[in-house]
Design a protein around this ligand. Structure first.
Ligand SMILES: Cc1cc2nc3c(=O)[nH]c(=O)nc-3n(C[C@H](O)[C@H](O)[C@H](O)COP(=O)(O)O)c2cc1C
Length: 207
């Protein structure tokens, strides 16, 4: 299987990268493409598409984003986001990657059908690092990712949360998120969660 492992921290030796490295280690049987998002969005933020599309409808922001979409995200069976928590939410670089997807999903882009068709059905997992450890801390970020997955019809299957502030400190987190990230690399395509709807067939006899 193909896994797109997207890292958002500018710290290449930081905590979320340590989680990403452990995940990649566990996922060695798969094809993992690791992308530092800080290097692909050097062209900046989303602009007014009507002003910056070329005559053929292509985004003219000249950086690595187009290749990220077509060469990494479209063919991926799963997307794994390795990111620090910034002010209780997504770092701007990761939010920008999400925002700029609109240019590639909208009908004005000649290859949008290809991108739209490729989005549903992918598994998505989060490798998250933060300084603090209180359980409510990551609620907004998780909710945003959950809603994004719902919109794109993707399966949000796992979160590994490591606590640490100094570079690499996540390895000292007593809950051992490094081991959890490695384990997720091995099991990403086996993780299953129940998510019942009213009409989901199931045994209610016990209740
Ligand atoms: C701009 C910024 C905002 C941050 N906001 C939070 C926060 O809201 N809550 C928190 O627990 N840690 C916060 N942190 C700390 C980082 O999430 C933490 O150090 C994390 O482990 C960094 O991951 P990295 O080493 O992969 O960059 C923030 C750090 C920065 C630089």
């Amino acid at each position: 299987m193909h896994i797109a492992l997207l890292t958002a921290s500018p710290r290449t030796d930081g905590n979320s990268r340590a989680l990403a490295a452990a995940f990649a280690d566990g996922a060695a049987d798969h094809t993992v493409t690791t992308v530092d998002l800080n290097t692909v969005t050097s062209g900046g933020f989303l602009r007014d598409c009507r002003l910056c599309r070329d005559a053929d409808g292509h985004c003219t922001i000249d950086d690595g984003y187009r290749d990220l979409v077509h060469d990494v995200l479209v063919p991926a069976d799963a997307i794994v986001l390795a990111t620090p928590l910034y002010f209780y939410g997504l770092p701007a670089v990761l939010k920008n990657v999400v925002d700029r997807l609109v240019c590639y999903l909208s009908a004005g882009y000649p290859r949008s059908a290809e991108v739209v068709a490729a989005m549903p059905g992918k598994r998505l997992a989060l490798l998250l690092s933060s300084e603090e450890d209180n359980p409510a801390l990551t609620t907004a970020l998780r909710t945003q990712v959950q809603q994004l997955c719902r919109y794109l019809r993707q399966d949000f299957v796992a979160v590994v949360h490591g606590v640490g502030n100094r570079r690499g400190e996540v390895a000292a987190d007593p809950r051992d998120p490094i081991a959890a990230a490695r384990d997720l690399g091995r099991t990403l395509f086996d993780v299953h969660h129940t998510d019942y709807l009213l009409d989901t067939p199931r045994d209610t006899a016990a209740w």
